[in-house]
Design a protein around this ligand. Structure first.
Ligand SMILES: [Zn+2]
Length: 342
């Protein structure tokens, strides 16, 4: 398990691009190199320069990427599509139905604005122990999240081929099974299984060392996706965020979701807000002594609890820029509460 961002060979001709940490936008990718000069890339990066850096280091040999797979529509897995130049881009129908759910230029303007406003002296911390107003917490959160990325230069490049259910690809003699397991983390999540190498690229159905975020759900479907991965009995599981893993990490996420489901049920029974319930849950001694105590971005819990509440109330999933922005604000508030409690 390397501590530096880079390509790791998992099996002969099968590689994972792994970030040292797996926070916002620090997304892993996969590369399968076949025998006949073909290669398949699984996911890109959050912007075009980062994708170019990833491709420049790719252990392709004489092969060319002729097929790109997008595991789900989120920008941190798809906004580098244009620079890959693959003639064939494969995703699920549900992924394509939500492919433009975020606008890179709009996000770029928002991040640029929050960076500028964050430097205005009047918006600095008012003093120890006092929380900033919500709007300023949001600006600071967005500025930190977006600083490394160039969203403004992204040209959204759509999949050229879609499927529902399962699709088997042949990459120069190597079999790659694409299995739709969403909706879970997002719309149209898929995993890639290499049965001959016993490898699963789990994409964002698996987060390791970083809190999972459920924008869509239902949670039962996400747990079913993890059970599906287990049933494939892979030796190696590459998460969407975090280090190369195995089934122990899949089991741990299942255990974590059982805790999240409990927190959510208690929150709804008590008629509390997801934000207050998430605050207490993250400050609890139970959480502090759990295996997920040190996970990056714990404030994502408020998004997952909100999705669970909508699910329980029969409401449609979190959708659209306004709902997402409101939840970004809540994550900024929660991150600040957790940081100040520590
Ligand atoms: Zn991701």
């Amino acid at each position: 398990m390397g501590m530096q961002t880079g390509w790791q060979e998992i099996s002969g001709g099968v590689h994972a691009w792994v970030f040292a940490r797996g926070s916002w936008g620090e997304s892993n990718a996969g590369l399968v190199v076949g025998d006949g000069g073909e290669a398949l890339l699984i996911d890109t990066q959050w912007d075009e320069p980062a994708t170019r850096r990833m491709l420049a280091a790719a252990p392709l040999g004489a092969a060319t990427i002729d097929t790109l797979v997008n595991t789900h529509p989120d920008g941190d897995h798809t906004w580098g599509n244009a620079v890959v130049g693959a003639p064939r881009i494969v995703a699920t129908d549900a992924c394509v139905a939500h492919f433009d759910h975020e606008d890179p230029q709009r996000l770029g303007r928002l991040v640029a604005l929050s960076g500028v406003l964050g430097r205005v002296p009047v918006l600095r911390l008012p003093g120890p122990g006092r929380a900033l107003p919500q709007g300023q917490l949001l600006l600071r959160y967005l500025a930190e999240m977006g600083r490394p990325w160039e969203f403004g230069g992204v040209s959204l490049t759509w999949p050229t081929e879609t499927f529902s259910g399962e699709l088997t690809l042949d990459v120069g003699g190597r079999r790659v099974d694409l299995i739709e397991v969403g909706p879970a983390h997002s719309h149209g999540d898929l995993i890639a299984h290499l049965p001959e190498e016993d490898v699963v690229f789990a994409a964002d159905t698996l987060f390791v060392g970083v809190a999972p975020i459920m924008w869509v759900g239902p949670l039962t479907n996400w747990v079913a996706a993890l059970e599906r991965i287990k049933a494939l009995r892979p030796k190696v599981v590459v998460p969407g965020h975090g280090p190369v893993s195995g089934l122990a990490e899949v089991d741990l996420l299942i255990e974590h979701f059982a805790w999240v489901a409990e927190v959510g049920a208690a929150q709804r029974a008590a008629g509390r807000s997801p934000l207050d319930a998430a605050t207490d849950a993250l400050r609890s001694t139970e959480c502090a002594s759990s295996p997920w105590a040190g996970w990056v971005a714990p404030e994502r819990l408020v998004v997952t609890l909100t999705a669970l509440e909508r699910e329980a109330g029969g409401a449609p999933p979190i959708e659209g820029i306004r709902q997402r922005a409101a939840l970004m604000t809540q994550m900024a508030v929660l991150a600040d509460r957790v940081a100040r409690a520590a």
